[in-house]
Design a protein around this ligand. Sequence first.
Ligand code: SDX
Length: 442
Amino acid sequence: MAKENKKNTLTLTDHRTGKTYDVEIGEGSTLRAMDLRQIKVNADEFGMMGYDPAFTNTASCRSTVTMIDGERGILWYRGYPIEQLAEQSNFLEVTHLLIRGELPTREELEYWTYEITHHTFLHENVKKLLEGFRYDAHPMGMLVSVLAALSTFYPEARDVRDPECRRKQIYRLIGKTPTIAAFAYRHSRGLPLVYPDNDLSYTGNFLNMLWKMSEVKYEPNPVLEKALDVLFLLHGDHEQNCSANAMRSVGSSEVDPYCAAAAAAAALYGPLHGGANEAVLRMLNEIGHRKNVAAYIERVKQGEVLLMGFGHRVYKNYDPRARIIKRIADEVFEVTGRNPLIDIAKELEKIALEDDYFVSRRLYPNVDFYSGSIYQAMGFPVEMYPVLFAIGRMPGWLAQWEEMLTDKEQKIARPRQVYVGSPQRDYVPLEKRGKSPAKAAS
Ligand code: SDX
């Protein structure tokens, strides 16, 4: 390759063969893993692969949805800084931005809101499905199940290559997720289900389906309605996080979006991901008082426990969402009364940010660190917190899913592996296998 053409390439030398390879450096300073396949010792080899457990340094796609700058603690949805969206926008408008790629005009927003508002009801049979769960079933288990079950009510959703079909399912999933969440909550409390009230805002209706009792018309508290709406917006999308990766990977088999969303919600449920907000509250309750914080921090530093709500694969600075959530807490507490657990959280943050264990590992509060204290003050039981995360993240999953389907470079996800198992060996008939050690037989 001529010298001037080498400018945007890497030259790799394989000292096993002395061969050199000029490999193009792609956008975002990337190397196409397939360009490594040419590197072989013998011509009949498979060729070289990249090896990257947990994809810590692998770009799985090119995306225009969300941008995170982990070093500087920056988050944009479609180029708009999260701070401006939290201040000036609302959740439904942000769902349009994430999925359609642009802030809607007034007419577009009215149409988008109408469509989602008129897709909030669930098939009556879903009530029977929910009745099959124990009273103490975790609502994330119910959400995952009902999301997958919706694929049986809308079999036409399998036509994932049809844009109009995708759009209809997107309205349904954004519209129905709060209804599933509220029905799961009411089931766990043995309360009658409350149907959607289309006069209310998206978030106001969610509060209606959760909290309405004998009053004729539920009236959401505007401060709590606004605070929860911003919390949903802050959870809208977050690049290729674990659950977005699940949505893309499962969706790449061209399964319907309900089953793909069920997989994404299942990934979110884990305590290292969206389940962390629930784990943070359990941690704060375990600590119990500010005077116990120092001892807990010591346990973290000994590796006994994680400081839940701290740390992030991408942010090596303060999660900008955590900063905003911390501010929302004060507004909510004005209405609900202060949640004393937040003082334990603030003491944890204060000590952690001065302690070299956390500073050296660049561990900061993430989106889950403060959100649970707000949810608790609003009256949500701790097991509902990941469900609230899922409501906020649904538009992000759908935006990532649709971007994957319309990306010409994408196809069914099927990673490779490095085989380190047994060499070939022959089958041994049962009678020739000898005895197991005593303990294994018990
Ligand atoms: C979310 O990906 C996303 O964008 C996710 C999310 C989104 O919006 O979708 O932002 C939402 O999932 C936020 C994260 C919620 N999870 C938690 O709060 C759980 C606690 N956090 C950790 O489990 C951890 O920080 C992760 C999972 C979030 C990130 O883990 P990484 O990137 O794999 O980091 P790591 O485990 O390699 O940690 C590096 C070091 C290790 O120490 P050493 O082995 O180097 O000695 O930091 C330590 C870890 O032990 N560490 C922690 C810690 N997090 C990392 N030590 C104590 N407490 C923690 N929370």
